[in-house]
Design a protein around this ligand. Structure first.
Ligand code: PGA
Length: 255
């Protein structure tokens, strides 16, 4: 794993564009997993603003996660969020997103269908946000590192953080689809984006703590080619201490 410390959120978002461009260089029709949430909005803004964003024009996007049990037309779908914040901005058709159907009558079968979609396509690059509870996608604490795409109950922390997107906790669906941790591990390149002091503690735990399903993000240590881009506010005092202990097996700090 490689840790890149960005000066601030702008810098993080700029570096994320460069990372994605490099990860997909030379691939004609790349398969990409990108997150929703607040953290990647700067990346999406930059992709839309720069001619460089066009390198995604031919991409196929495999949805990372989606609420379960709401209509496709519901304004809270994460597919809708993704269309609005990225695809529409790049004039990429909505059909480029291979997505979970939030209203599928058999949710387990729907999760299994998306697992096949993801594994058959193969993931060239995956960008992830970090939950305050250490989740990746909706792989909540307790998720097996060998987990595949499935339906999950949202953890209390996720209900709380998602309430910020939709006004209050009662507006947050209780269940969701997510690509599994093992599914995500198949990606050739993975980028974890972490911004803000509220993520400092969980980032330190992710990078320096033992691998445990209680902190799903610690599974990243076993993934191929992982880069973490965190802004300075997400680097805790604890991490500064850890920097003196860095070895080739642990994250490398770059500026
Ligand atoms: P955020 O969400 O980018 O809105 O902080 C990240 C996550 O919960 O995965």
């Amino acid at each position: 794993m490689k840790l890149v410390v960005a000066e601030d959120y702008e810098d993080l978002s700029r570096r994320a564009v460069a990372w994605l461009r490099d990860a997909l260089a030379g691939i004609d029709i790349p398969n990409v997993v990108l997150p929703t949430g607040n953290t990647p909005l700067g990346l999406y803004h930059n992709l839309a603003a720069e001619p460089n964003g066009q390198f995604l024009t031919n991409a196929r996007f495999i949805q990372l996660d989606e609420y379960q049990g709401i209509p496709r037309e519901d304004s809270r779908t994460l597919a809708g969020w993704f269309w609005r914040t990225l695809l529409d901005q790049l004039s990429i058709p909505k059909t480029a997103l291979l997505s979970f159907d939030p209203s599928a009558p058999d949710p387990d079968a729907e999760a299994a269908r998306m697992e096949v979609v993801a594994t058959k396509a193969g993931i060239d690059a995956c960008v992830l946000g970090l939950g305050v509870n250490g989740h990746l996608g909706f792989n909540e604490p307790g998720s097996d590192f060998a987990s595949r795409s499935r339906v999950v109950e949202l953890a209390q922390d996720s209900l709380k953080s998602n309430a910020a997107y939709w006004g209050d906790e009662t507006s947050v669906p209780r269940r969701a689809f997510t690509l599994g941790l093992r599914t995500l591990a198949t990606s050739s390149h993975t980028l974890l984006l972490v911004s803000g002091a509220q993520k400092a503690e969980i980032l330190a735990t992710t990078l320096t703590g033992p691998q445990t399903p209680q902190v799903p993000a610690t599974c990243l240590k076993s993934f191929r080619d992982v880069t973490v881009i965190a802004d300075r506010s997400a680097i805790s005092q604890k991490m500064h201490t850890v920097r003196t202990m860095i070895t080739p097996k642990t994250p490398e700090i770059l500026h």
